[in-house]
Design a protein around this ligand. Structure first.
Ligand SMILES: CC(C)(COP(=O)(O)OP(=O)(O)OC[C@H]1O[C@@H](n2cnc3c(N)ncnc32)[C@H](O)[C@@H]1OP(=O)(O)O)[C@@H](O)C(=O)NCCC(=O)NCCS
Length: 178
Protein backbone atom coordinates (compact mmCIF):
# COMPACT_ATOMS: atom_id res chain seq x y z
CA UNK A 1 0.00 0.00 0.00
CA UNK A 2 1.51 3.32 -1.10
CA UNK A 3 0.02 5.40 1.64
CA UNK A 4 1.70 3.70 4.60
CA UNK A 5 3.77 6.29 6.46
CA UNK A 6 6.06 5.04 9.21
CA UNK A 7 7.45 7.37 11.89
CA UNK A 8 8.96 7.36 15.36
CA UNK A 9 6.18 7.59 17.94
CA UNK A 10 6.32 10.68 20.15
CA UNK A 11 3.64 9.90 22.72
CA UNK A 12 1.35 7.10 23.69
CA UNK A 13 -2.41 7.06 23.31
CA UNK A 14 -5.27 4.76 24.22
CA UNK A 15 -5.62 4.08 20.50
CA UNK A 16 -2.06 2.76 20.28
CA UNK A 17 -2.38 0.67 23.43
CA UNK A 18 -5.68 -0.82 22.26
CA UNK A 19 -4.23 -1.55 18.83
CA UNK A 20 -1.35 -3.53 20.35
CA UNK A 21 -3.46 -5.34 22.92
CA UNK A 22 -6.22 -6.24 20.45
CA UNK A 23 -3.72 -7.51 17.87
CA UNK A 24 -2.09 -9.78 20.47
CA UNK A 25 -5.46 -10.88 21.80
CA UNK A 26 -6.15 -12.20 18.30
CA UNK A 27 -2.65 -13.42 17.44
CA UNK A 28 -2.29 -15.37 20.67
CA UNK A 29 -5.77 -16.81 20.92
CA UNK A 30 -5.60 -20.36 22.26
CA UNK A 31 -2.21 -19.65 23.87
CA UNK A 32 -2.84 -17.06 26.59
CA UNK A 33 -6.03 -16.61 28.62
CA UNK A 34 -6.66 -13.19 27.16
CA UNK A 35 -10.34 -12.50 27.41
CA UNK A 36 -10.48 -8.75 27.99
CA UNK A 37 -11.89 -9.47 31.43
CA UNK A 38 -10.36 -10.33 34.75
CA UNK A 39 -7.79 -12.74 33.32
CA UNK A 40 -6.53 -10.47 30.61
CA UNK A 41 -2.78 -10.35 30.39
CA UNK A 42 -2.20 -7.11 28.61
CA UNK A 43 0.73 -6.94 26.25
CA UNK A 44 1.01 -3.25 26.74
CA UNK A 45 0.02 -0.43 29.07
CA UNK A 46 0.57 3.33 29.20
CA UNK A 47 3.52 3.12 31.55
CA UNK A 48 5.57 0.59 29.59
CA UNK A 49 4.74 2.12 26.21
CA UNK A 50 5.70 5.61 27.40
CA UNK A 51 9.02 4.25 28.67
CA UNK A 52 9.77 2.67 25.28
CA UNK A 53 8.69 5.84 23.47
CA UNK A 54 11.06 7.94 25.55
CA UNK A 55 13.91 5.69 24.28
CA UNK A 56 12.75 6.09 20.66
CA UNK A 57 11.81 2.41 20.49
CA UNK A 58 8.25 2.60 19.12
CA UNK A 59 7.57 3.06 15.42
CA UNK A 60 4.04 3.68 14.20
CA UNK A 61 2.44 3.27 10.78
CA UNK A 62 -0.35 5.54 9.55
CA UNK A 63 -2.53 5.07 6.49
CA UNK A 64 -4.17 8.29 5.30
CA UNK A 65 -3.52 9.71 8.76
CA UNK A 66 -5.12 6.79 10.62
CA UNK A 67 -3.05 4.73 13.05
CA UNK A 68 -2.68 1.30 11.42
CA UNK A 69 0.20 -0.46 13.18
CA UNK A 70 3.24 -0.34 15.40
CA UNK A 71 6.43 -2.16 16.27
CA UNK A 72 9.01 -1.93 19.04
CA UNK A 73 12.76 -2.08 18.58
CA UNK A 74 14.26 -3.07 21.92
CA UNK A 75 17.56 -1.17 21.99
CA UNK A 76 18.83 -2.34 25.41
CA UNK A 77 21.20 -4.92 23.97
CA UNK A 78 22.90 -5.82 20.73
CA UNK A 79 21.47 -7.41 18.69
CA UNK A 80 18.28 -5.37 18.97
CA UNK A 81 15.03 -7.22 19.36
CA UNK A 82 12.02 -6.51 17.18
CA UNK A 83 8.79 -7.06 19.06
CA UNK A 84 5.23 -5.96 19.69
CA UNK A 85 4.55 -5.96 15.96
CA UNK A 86 0.86 -5.21 15.64
CA UNK A 87 -1.39 -4.14 12.79
CA UNK A 88 -4.98 -3.17 13.36
CA UNK A 89 -7.44 -5.71 11.91
CA UNK A 90 -8.87 -3.20 9.35
CA UNK A 91 -5.42 -2.77 7.78
CA UNK A 92 -4.14 -6.35 7.69
CA UNK A 93 -2.67 -7.94 4.57
CA UNK A 94 -2.12 -4.57 2.86
CA UNK A 95 1.64 -4.44 3.48
CA UNK A 96 1.60 -2.41 6.73
CA UNK A 97 3.43 -5.13 8.72
CA UNK A 98 6.04 -5.55 5.98
CA UNK A 99 6.61 -1.79 5.82
CA UNK A 100 7.07 -1.62 9.60
CA UNK A 101 9.62 -4.45 9.45
CA UNK A 102 11.51 -2.79 6.61
CA UNK A 103 11.59 0.61 8.32
CA UNK A 104 12.58 -0.94 11.64
CA UNK A 105 15.65 -2.57 10.08
CA UNK A 106 16.85 0.70 8.53
CA UNK A 107 16.08 2.55 11.76
CA UNK A 108 18.09 0.02 13.80
CA UNK A 109 21.06 0.36 11.48
CA UNK A 110 21.06 4.12 11.06
CA UNK A 111 20.10 5.25 14.55
CA UNK A 112 21.52 2.54 16.79
CA UNK A 113 24.37 1.16 14.67
CA UNK A 114 22.89 -2.32 14.83
CA UNK A 115 24.21 -5.06 12.60
CA UNK A 116 21.87 -7.82 13.62
CA UNK A 117 18.26 -8.12 14.80
CA UNK A 118 16.42 -10.84 16.66
CA UNK A 119 12.77 -11.77 16.88
CA UNK A 120 11.25 -14.12 19.42
CA UNK A 121 7.78 -15.58 19.27
CA UNK A 122 5.83 -18.13 21.25
CA UNK A 123 4.52 -21.24 19.51
CA UNK A 124 2.42 -24.17 20.80
CA UNK A 125 4.20 -27.54 20.74
CA UNK A 126 1.18 -29.84 20.79
CA UNK A 127 -0.76 -28.53 17.82
CA UNK A 128 -0.16 -26.42 14.76
CA UNK A 129 -1.28 -22.86 15.49
CA UNK A 130 -2.26 -21.54 12.06
CA UNK A 131 -1.28 -17.93 12.72
CA UNK A 132 2.06 -18.77 14.38
CA UNK A 133 2.84 -21.09 11.47
CA UNK A 134 2.26 -18.18 9.08
CA UNK A 135 4.44 -15.88 11.25
CA UNK A 136 7.27 -18.41 11.33
CA UNK A 137 7.26 -18.73 7.54
CA UNK A 138 6.93 -14.97 7.04
CA UNK A 139 9.89 -14.11 9.27
CA UNK A 140 11.97 -16.65 7.37
CA UNK A 141 10.86 -15.07 4.09
CA UNK A 142 12.04 -11.73 5.49
CA UNK A 143 15.50 -13.25 5.94
CA UNK A 144 15.39 -14.25 9.63
CA UNK A 145 16.95 -17.60 10.51
CA UNK A 146 15.96 -19.76 13.51
CA UNK A 147 18.81 -19.82 16.02
CA UNK A 148 17.20 -21.26 19.14
CA UNK A 149 14.08 -22.95 20.47
CA UNK A 150 13.45 -22.90 24.22
CA UNK A 151 10.63 -24.48 26.23
CA UNK A 152 8.75 -21.71 28.03
CA UNK A 153 9.61 -23.25 31.43
CA UNK A 154 13.32 -22.98 30.59
CA UNK A 155 13.23 -19.42 29.28
CA UNK A 156 15.62 -17.11 31.18
CA UNK A 157 13.10 -14.23 31.33
CA UNK A 158 9.60 -15.57 30.64
CA UNK A 159 9.57 -18.94 32.44
CA UNK A 160 6.74 -17.78 34.74
CA UNK A 161 4.43 -17.50 31.71
CA UNK A 162 4.26 -21.30 31.86
CA UNK A 163 1.80 -20.93 34.76
CA UNK A 164 -0.82 -19.12 32.70
CA UNK A 165 -0.41 -20.72 29.27
CA UNK A 166 -3.40 -22.63 27.92
CA UNK A 167 -1.15 -25.12 26.14
CA UNK A 168 2.54 -26.13 26.23
CA UNK A 169 4.66 -23.76 24.16
CA UNK A 170 8.21 -22.98 23.15
CA UNK A 171 9.91 -19.72 22.27
CA UNK A 172 11.41 -19.58 18.80
CA UNK A 173 14.26 -17.11 18.37
CA UNK A 174 15.32 -15.89 14.95
CA UNK A 175 18.13 -13.62 13.81
CA UNK A 176 18.96 -11.57 10.75
CA UNK A 177 22.09 -9.70 9.70
CA UNK A 178 21.04 -6.22 8.57
C1 LIG B 1 1.59 -10.23 11.98
C2 LIG B 1 0.95 -8.94 11.50
C3 LIG B 1 1.67 -7.79 12.14
C4 LIG B 1 1.10 -8.88 9.97
O1 LIG B 1 0.70 -7.58 9.55
P1 LIG B 1 0.11 -7.26 8.09
O2 LIG B 1 0.10 -5.82 7.90
O3 LIG B 1 -1.16 -8.01 7.90
O4 LIG B 1 1.25 -7.94 7.16
P2 LIG B 1 1.48 -7.62 5.62
O5 LIG B 1 0.23 -7.15 4.97
O6 LIG B 1 2.69 -6.78 5.47
O7 LIG B 1 1.75 -9.09 5.10
C5 LIG B 1 3.01 -9.66 4.95
C6 LIG B 1 2.83 -10.96 4.16
O8 LIG B 1 2.16 -11.94 4.96
C7 LIG B 1 0.92 -12.35 4.39
N1 LIG B 1 -0.04 -12.48 5.49
C8 LIG B 1 -0.40 -11.52 6.39
N2 LIG B 1 -1.22 -12.04 7.33
C9 LIG B 1 -1.39 -13.36 7.00
C10 LIG B 1 -2.13 -14.43 7.60
N3 LIG B 1 -2.87 -14.25 8.70
N4 LIG B 1 -2.06 -15.65 7.02
C11 LIG B 1 -1.31 -15.86 5.92
N5 LIG B 1 -0.58 -14.88 5.29
C12 LIG B 1 -0.64 -13.65 5.85
C13 LIG B 1 0.55 -11.23 3.44
O9 LIG B 1 -0.29 -11.70 2.43
C14 LIG B 1 1.93 -10.81 2.93
O10 LIG B 1 2.39 -11.75 1.98
P3 LIG B 1 3.29 -11.30 0.70
O11 LIG B 1 4.62 -10.86 1.27
O12 LIG B 1 3.36 -12.51 -0.12
O13 LIG B 1 2.54 -10.18 0.06
C15 LIG B 1 -0.55 -8.88 11.86
O14 LIG B 1 -1.20 -10.04 11.38
C16 LIG B 1 -0.84 -8.75 13.35
O15 LIG B 1 -0.89 -7.65 13.89
N6 LIG B 1 -1.05 -9.87 14.06
C17 LIG B 1 -1.38 -9.88 15.46
C18 LIG B 1 -0.22 -9.50 16.36
C19 LIG B 1 0.90 -10.51 16.35
O16 LIG B 1 0.68 -11.69 16.49
N7 LIG B 1 2.13 -10.01 16.18
C20 LIG B 1 3.36 -10.79 16.08
C21 LIG B 1 3.76 -11.41 17.35
S1 LIG B 1 5.37 -12.14 17.30
Amino acid sequence: MDKVVVSVCKETSKELENLINNAYLEGERGIFPWDNKENTRLKSNSESIQKYISRGEILVAHVYGQLAGSVRLDTKDQPGMVGQLAVSSEYRKCGVGAKLQEYCQEYAKLNFGMKKLTIEFINPTEFEHEFKTFLHAWYQRLGFVVVKETAVEDHPVYSNLGKILLTPCKFVELEKEI
